[in-house]
Design a binder for this molecule. Structure first.
Ligand SMILES: Cc1cc2nc3c(=O)[nH]c(=O)nc-3n(C[C@H](O)[C@H](O)[C@H](O)COP(=O)(O)O)c2cc1C
Length: 218
C-alpha cells in the first residue's frame, strides 16, 4: 500500500474508533410501522394451547405489517388517552426499550411514534445470543431496561421490576407468535457486556433478555 493511502486508512480507522456514530445509524432509514391489524388473530384459548419455544428458524424476512403487529402486541399503545401500553409496567415507569436486530441493522422501537428508529447499520444478530440460530432468524428483539426512567426505586427494585416487566412483554410476543404461526424463543444466554457495547448502551441501560422471532424452518 502507498504511504499516503496507508495514512488515510489509519486516519479512517482512528476516526471510526473515536466517533461511534461514524458509519452507523445515518446509513439506515427509519421504518414507519403500519397500523396494527386489530381484527385478526386466533382465539386466546387456542393460542395458549399453541404457545411454545422454538429454536429452528428460516431466514425469511418478516413483512412490515407483521413486524408492526408484533411490536404493537409486545408493548404498543393500546389506550391512546393515557398512552398506556399492551404490557403492564411497575409504577408505570415504561422502562423497557425494545431493540430490533435485523439483517440490515439495529433499530429502536419508538412506542409513541410506532416507528423503528435506526441505531446501527450493522447486522449484530449473531451477538444477541450464544446459540447458532440467532443469526439465521429474521429478527432478535433485545429488551433493555432504562434505569434512568425508574426514579428513586432501589437497585433491588429496579432489577426486579424490569425483569418482571420484560416477562410480560416477552409473553405478549409469545402469544402473538402462536397466533400467527411464527417461531420464537426468549433467551437469557447472552454475552450482555459485549452486546451492550456493540449497541452503544449507556451504563444505566441494562439488557434483561433477548427474544428471537421468525418463520419456522420448513
Ligand atoms: C427467563 C428465561 C430465559 C430463557 N433463556 C433461554 C435461553 O437462553 N436459550 C433458550 O434456548 N431458551 C431459553 N428459555 C426458554 C426456556 O428454555 C423454555 O421456555 C422452557 O424450556 C419451556 O419450554 P416452552 O417455552 O416451550 O414451554 C428461557 C426462558 C425464560 C423464561
Amino acid at each position: 500500500m502507498e504511504k499516503t493511502s496507508m495514512i488515510g486508512a489509519c486516519l479512517l480507522l482512528a476516526f471510526s474508533l473515536i466517533c461511534p456514530a461514524f458509519g452507523s445509524a445515518q446509513e439506515l432509514k427509519p421504518i414507519q410501522l403500519l397500523k396494527p391489524q386489530l381484527d385478526g388473530g386466533r382465539p386466546l384459548m387456542q393460542v395458549l394451547k399453541e404457545r411454545k419455544s422454538s429454536r429452528e428458524f428460516s431466514s425469511e424476512k418478516l413483512p412490515v405489517q407483521v413486524l408492526s403487529n408484533l411490536l404493537w402486541a409486545a408493548s404498543g399503545i393500546n389506550r391512546p388517552d393515557s398512552g398506556k401500553q399492551t404490557a403492564p409496567s411497575a409504577m408505570n415507569c415504561q422502562e423497557i426499550d425494545i431493540y430490533v436486530a435485523a439483517a440490515d441493522g439495529l433499530y429502536l422501537y419508538e412506542v409513541k411514534a410506532h416507528l423503528l428508529k435506526p441505531v446501527l447499520a450493522e447486522d449484530i444478530r449473531a451477538m444477541t445470543g450464544r446459540q447458532a440460530f440467532v443469526k439465521e432468524a429474521s429478527i432478535n428483539l433485545i429488551y433493555a431496561a432504562d434505569f434512568s426512567k425508574m426514579g428513586k426505586a432501589t437497585n433491588e427494585d429496579k432489577e426486579f421490576f424490569s425483569a418482571a416487566d420484560t416477562g410480560f412483554i416477552a409473553q405478549n410476543v409469545y402469544l402473538y407468535c402462536a397466533s400467527e404461526g411464527l417461531a420464537t424463543v426468549v433467551r437469557a444466554r447472552i454475552d450482555k457486556p459485549a452486546l451492550a457495547k456493540v449497541m452503544g448502551l449507556r451504563p444505566d441501560q441494562k439488557i434483561t433478555l433477548s427474544q428471537t422471532v421468525g418463520y419456522p424452518k420448513k
